[in-house]
Design a protein around this ligand. Structure first.
Ligand code: DON
Length: 549
């Protein structure tokens, strides 16, 4: 294998980026560059994650955001772990049936597009809350690169230009009072996107801190934009928003400790359930991505998602039977009817019973001391509600669609969810975001996460399996073909053109229904090897970039 030396970053011949000190992997090269600069200036992983998120709000506007929300998992070099929930909340005037018509049918698109789909944004509060507890460099120095990037512009990638062109009508429809991202002659690769309003707003946040977003000019503009569009968020909703430190979900898979996000994300518990069900299997003789491998994982995924969709919701509002869901005999029992020869049928896989009662973006960062941050952040759909805040130049989320609009009816990710995730004022909507960190023998081993709506959890699972069971390097792991099952619909989703027809036939012969689809997830991850060597895996499905130093 040939290795090219570039600064202190190594590129192996198959595109694997390796480094000795720090590593940043995220969805846009500009944001990765900004993150690595922060690390070189002596910032820690949390500092870099703040600078990267703010940069993504500028150069990756489909998911990078200040108008959305997310989750952070943190692990210090000496094993202290933490989880920050900066998920959006339902506005206080929300009601359970707000997306249903008089006949109790879902009103198409009402929870997905426009002002009525917007949840109270958590990102800015999350950035300041993370910084207060773990930041080392002044906040100013973390936001200034994003301010400059918005003011001086950046080159659009081909993919971004294509997306902007596709969305011109939608942006026009939902933004009668502003013309952000509109270009009559169309966008092309290499065009420069200048965002002077956004630059000024970021500067306001720099000067005034958290209140610069939730009150004053920006806060008022958010409320005005939303009420002009027929939405219901009010000033106290914004003013009262607070992110929450939570206890991470911790588990063990064959000697590897994993730390992931607890509710209101379903990521950590569902990952815990799937890894626990898989722990009893020996993968030495199971070929990666073979018929039997996909069958086994699909069966495990089917069972875990049945529980996810029924029991999970915001823990501040619903009682989640965490201990039961994570009980080892419960989980062994759940997989005990697994057959190597035949697919089970989702309609007969009920949620377990006990004795008692798609655009997001992920970033993975490790600093030179070995502190690690895994953040997944989102506007929900690509470009969220498609509503820009007037005069401010940033987009608001459409996270309300992650709630159960009507039990039993699928949301935009096809998730069929229950009462635990029904809409209530000030409640957080259930998420699938799964920022995760793994350690082995007390040392950092892997940082991983993905966008992809309901497919996030299974994408994270497959990358953990790729690395632990199949000893893949990080880049090969993130690039490997992926599949997905989520209980309902009862289908195995396979990435189109990435699986051989014999695999498809083999699965069909076992009784699985196969559905080919567009790429699943975009995993950005880091694997830590001996002697401080770090491998960055940037998903080739996007413009993602790993940079080390
Ligand atoms: O929180 C969630 O589960 C979703 N809002 C995530 C959306 C997403 O990943 C879309 N990305 N492709």
């Amino acid at each position: 294998m040939s290795i090219f030396l570039f600064s202190a970053t190594f590129f192996t011949s198959y595109g694997q980026v390796e480094s000795k000190h720090g590593m940043v992997v995220c969805a846009h090269p500009k944001a990765s560059e900004i993150g690595i600069e922060v690390l070189k200036e002596g910032g820690n992983a949390v500092d870099a994650s703040i600078a990267v998120q703010l940069a993504l709000a500028v150069c990756y506007p489909n998911a990078g955001n200040i108008g959305g929300g997310g989750f952070m998992i943190y692990r210090s070099h000496d094993g202290v772990v933490d989880a920050l929930d900066f998920r959006e909340k339902a506005p206080s005037l929300s009601t359970k049936n707000m997306y249903l018509d008089a006949s109790r049918n879902i009103i198409p698109d009402k929870s997905v597009k426009g002002a009525f789909s917007i949840g109270v944004p958590g990102t800015v509060d999350g950035l300041f809350t993370a910084h207060e507890k773990y930041g080392k460099l002044p906040f100013d120095s973390l936001i200034l690169p994003a301010i400059r990037l918005a003011r001086d512009g950046f080159l659009l990638t081909a993919k971004q230009a294509r997306e902007f062109n596709k969305l011109q009508d939608v942006f026009n429809k939902f933004n009668s009072q502003n013309k952000y991202f509109i270009k009559k002659e169309g966008w092309k690769e290499g065009d420069i996107l200048y965002q002077s309003d956004l630059s000024r707003m970021l500067d306001l946040i720099r000067i005034k801190g958290r209140d610069g977003f939730y009150r004053g000019l920006i806060g008022e503009s958010i409320i005005q934009t939303i009420s002009n569009g027929g939405g219901i968020m009010n000033e106290p909703d914004l003013r009262k928003y607070k992110s929450v430190w939570r206890t991470p979900i911790k588990g063990n898979y064959k000697g590897f400790e994993f730390i992931s996000m607890p509710p209101p994300s379903s990521g950590g518990i569902t990952l815990y359930q799937m890894l626990s069900m898989l722990e009893g299997f020996n993968f030495d003789s199971i070929e990666h991505n073979s018929v039997e491998y996909i069958h086994l994982l699909a069966e495990v995924e089917r069972r875990a998602y049945a529980d996810r969709n029924t029991y999970l919701g915001d823990p501040d509002f619903v009682q989640i039977p965490m201990r039961n869901l994570m009980d080892s005999s419960y989980l062994m029992n759940r997989i005990s009817d697994f057959s190597w020869n035949k697919a089970s049928v989702s309609s007969t896989i009920y949620t377990g019973t006990f004795n008692e009662s798609e655009e997001t973006t992920h970033l993975s960062i490790v600093d030179k001391e070995g502190n690690a941050v895994s953040v997944t952040t989102t506007l929900n759909s690509s470009y969220g509600s498609k509503v820009f805040v007037n005069g401010c130049g940033f987009l608001l989320n459409n996270e309300m669609d992650d709630f159960t609009s009507k039990p039993g009816v699928p949301n935009q990710y096809g998730l069929v969810q229950g009462e635990a995730n029904s809409i209530q004022p000030n409640k957080r909507m259930l998420s699938s975001m799964t920022p995760t960190i793994l350690a082995k023998d007390g040392r950092l081993f892997m940082v991983v996460g993905s966008p992809g709506g309901s497919t996030i959890i299974t994408s994270v699972l497959q990358n953990i399996m790729n690395v632990i069971e199949y000893d893949m390097d990080m880049q090969s792991s993130v690039a490997a073909p992926r599949f997905h099952h989520q209980w309902l619909p009862d289908q195995v989703f396979l990435e189109e053109e990435r699986f051989d027809s014999t695999i498809i036939l083999g699965l069909e012969n076992m009784g699985h229904t196969i559905k080919l689809r567009w790429p699943i997830g975009r995993v950005d991850a880091i694997k830590c090897l001996k002697k401080n060597k770090k491998q960055g895996g940037a998903d080739p499905r996007g413009d993602d970039k790993a940079i080390g130093y």
